[in-house]
Design a binder for this molecule. Sequence first.
Ligand SMILES: [Zn+2]
Length: 216
Amino acid sequence: MKWIQKSEEPEALRNWKQQANADWTPRWDVLRASEKEAVHDSLLREQGYICCYCGQRISRDTSHIEHLKPRTSYPELALEYSNMLASCQGNSETPPPLPVHCGHKKKWWYDEKLMVSPLDKNCGDFFTYTESGEIRPGANQEKKAAAETTINKIGLNIPKLIAARKKALEGILDDWESLTDEDKKTLMSGFEQLNSAGEYAEFCAAIVYIIKQLLP
Ligand SMILES: [Zn+2]
């Protein structure tokens, strides 16, 4: 999981909400397509076009707006940009492809203590990765319960995602021995940054974790 640094609320959303009056209250279910698209695009940009939970590549067509704190339990946060993320597996209107993971699997779940949030600057410290693509709770006992619960509730360790992470890691590990120490460090900082198109590499959190383990 990679920390998401939230940007400003998009102007389109703010302006729409400001139209509230005695006869009309802005609600999520009446948010118009144009404002929704502005929000969606802003989320994709601030996440570097990777899923807020699993880190796979997403676009507007292959992702949906996800509420970290679900609308069912936190209706007052339904239009709060700070509560919105972009998650993989298509929009919310059509059934997601199987196996379900990330936002569609999480659905209405949220737990103040047990959900590791990508909006927490330290979210990466909760998890470790293996070269075979698995995600596991870190060694810290205090963080272990939250890490385990989040992995299960979001489906982060399902075979499909393990295989995808493994494939991303293989691309790095295959050439590892041929690199100089300097090359290795440059490679890692590349995965920590956005590319010229404003994108993070898929599964960059796992890749950076593994590279850090291997660095001399
Ligand atoms: Zn995902």
